[in-house]
Write a protein that binds this ligand. Sequence first.
Ligand SMILES: *Cc1c(COP(=O)(O)O)cnc(C)c1O
Length: 431
Amino acid sequence: MKLRDLPSVDELLHDERLASEPHELALAATRTVLDEAREQIRAGIDPEALVDRVVAELALARRPSLRRVLNATGVLVHTNLGRAPLAGAALARVAEVGAGYSNLEYDLALGERGSRQDHLAGCLGRLTGAEAALVVNNNAAAVLLALAALAEGREVVVSRGELVEIGDGFRIPDVLERSGARLVEVGTTNRTRAGDYERAIGPETALLLRVHQSNFRVIGFSEQPRLEELAAIAHSHDLPLVDDLGSGALARFADEPTPAESLRAGADLVCFSGDKLLGGPQGGIVVGRSDLVERLRRHPLQRALRADKLTLAALEGTLQLALDPATREELPVLRMLHEPIETVRARAERLAQLVGGEVEDTVARVGGGALPLTELQSAACAVEESLAEWLRRGDPPVVALVRDGRTLLDCRTLTDAEVDEVAAAVHASRT
Ligand SMILES: *Cc1c(COP(=O)(O)O)cnc(C)c1O
């Protein structure tokens, strides 16, 4: 075929299968397909089925970019895969609140303006024992707001062993300095003592900050003061202690501290994420002393960092499930965390039977920068290495790990229903 034998854009657009498509969309798709066809002719290949290709290109253009994915990696809170999946009841709250109007900032009893920050204070108080609470867009924003409101232009004392990078090149100290506070680093990477904080406190000090070592551990010759010791030092100088917990699991798991424990140990404000071990939507939660929370609430940054109504609806739905031990396991993150290995292995066996794979023992991880040393016993179905890429490009995409020349489909992060979808995806990838 020669270039001049290609149909024109108009000729293609008049094909009956394209005639009823929106003009702009069809035009762009047709141009893309004709560009590719010209490349093929130059490479000595005869392009075929041009209209089919335009139809396929149109379908691609209409497909959302942000899509549901099946997580077969065995990493529960996978930051690249959207962290915590939401519980059905939390999603129902989003649908209900989002579909119509709501009392987001309206006090129904008084018939006047209310605060969006009031809706979750009760739930969070019951779960953590805190006097007051505030919700912003994410935990990085929560810590930024706390420092801006309590320490702008003044000093914040923090251990060198806690100045972490939280992923994608973002470092906690860089975020903190944007608050306008000056960080005063004490101690060393592996050892910081109570006396180091004591000596660093001066007239310019606004607060002491503890950042939980969420995504790494220093082992061996290491030392950090206990939170109680830090609280005693802070309070003897009339300073608040702010604790950035990172994950903030509401129920105890392994050595991950809970916000309630942190408050009991003497922290005045505790900041944590909504979408890590809590199992809810992206959000930054601050709980603690009401006078301090009030200062955060009045700060101009609060207006810029506040959570939207959909987040608040999902978070309230999540917290309500967490409040009742009978419904707690409806939170997908907690279910995956606690599921007995026999159940996970049975799922892997069923998948292996459906696709002709082999069951293999694996290690699942919490992920999301929490509990880096915690290994969760798990089981995967192993299939051909070459399938990994096809599975990723499928619909719905399946993301899995490749190890020792095989693709491992870890079943701790899949539900029973998803196993059938993964099996269908494996069959489709083989053809
Ligand atoms: C994850 C984490 C953050 C950031 O939380 P986001 O909700 O992702 O903004 C901050 N501090 C610590 C210690 C963390 O683990």
